[in-house]
Design a protein around this ligand. Structure first.
Ligand code: PDD
Length: 285
């Protein structure tokens, strides 16, 4: 692992943050996850822009410029690359900082910037060849008008509960619904279906994170004249889908072949999903 705290590369055992840090006390932090492949950071500008927007939505003005953040990430990525890692995981966290114990965000004045870089093995081939199985969680995603799911904050407890529910039942992940019974996303990825040749994913207003991979898939569909619709998906529409898949920066497009014991698309990864995955991988180089 390569860890940087406030611009300093620090040994794993000495990489520590105060117990008075609001990220620890309240989940008062924002974060991004991306991969580094052969020394190149995936969709860096998009991740930095989303980080800034997440922070602004919680009235936090980032105390680091995009250039500073890029330099710090590059420092970690270069070190990992020099150590011989082909593919790395990068997690960038900015907390509101340390201060007296109070909900008042003004208690902290200096933000903490933490970057964790580590080896990331290639994803298991079986994810793409055989697909994965998920449940619909009994925990709802948080409503847009409480803690906006579009803030990529350190506050993931609903998602943790949903993920744990899935893992305990022996599934890969969980799909989270909103208060209206519509699909939002998986616990750390966006969700898609294909129905009658049309790619469909729920709108941001359903209460989900605007994934960078989601945006790239939308772009690919447009460039290739593949029918696409951003639309609400009910729990029952989900299970009637011809194909289903999830998307994220580290997982790319992973076919979902079973939801709550019900096979999707005959229990095999969908041809259209795999077609778009191929285009996505080619563009990544
Ligand atoms: N998760 N939805 C949620 C709730 C997420 O946490 C993520 C990302 C996504 C997909 O976004 P993107 O395509 O920009 O990675 C959707 C990262 C990978 C994580 O927490 O590890």
């Amino acid at each position: 692992k390569v860890i940087s705290i406030n611009g300093q590369i620090i040994d794993e055992e000495n990489a520590k943050i105060s117990v008075f840090d609001r990220g620890f006390l309240y989940g008062d932090s924002v974060y991004e996850v991306t991969e580094v492949r052969n020394g190149k950071i995936g969709f860096l500008d998009e991740h930095l822009e989303r980080l800034r927007n997440s922070a602004l939505k919680m009235h936090m003005h980032l105390q680091f410029t995009a250039k500073e953040l890029e330099e710090q990430i590059m420092k970690v990525a270069t070190k990992l690359h020099k150590e011989g890692f082909q593919r790395c995981y990068i997690r960038l966290v900015v907390t509101r900082g340390e201060g007296e114990i109070t909900l008042d965000p003004k208690a902290a004045s200096k933000q903490n910037l933490i970057i964790i870089g580590k080896d990331l093995q290639e994803n298991p081939k079986t994810w793409y060849q055989d697909g994965v199985e998920v449940i619909v969680s009994s925990t709802l995603r948080n409503p847009v008008k409480s803690m906006d799911p579009n803030i990529k904050s350190g506050n993931y407890l609903n998602n943790i509960l949903a993920y744990n529910e899935a893992r305990e039942a022996g599934y890969f992940d969980a799909i989270m619904l909103n208060q209206d019974g519509n699909v939002t996303e998986c616990t750390t990825s966006n969700l898609w279906i294909v129905k009658d040749g049309v790619f469909k994913t729920p709108p941001i207003a359903a209460g989900l994170l605007k994934g960078i991979t989601r945006e790239n898939v939308i772009k690919i569909l447009g460039e290739n004249n593949i029918p696409f619709e951003e639309t609400n998906i009910t729990g029952s529409q989900l299970k009637e889908a011809d194909e289903c898949f999830l998307t994220s920066s580290t997982k790319y497009l992973v076919p979902i072949v079973k939801i709550d014991n019900q096979a999707i698309g005959g229990g095999r990864p969908g041809a259209k999903t795999l077609q778009v995955l191929e285009i996505f991988k080619k563009q990544q180089g």
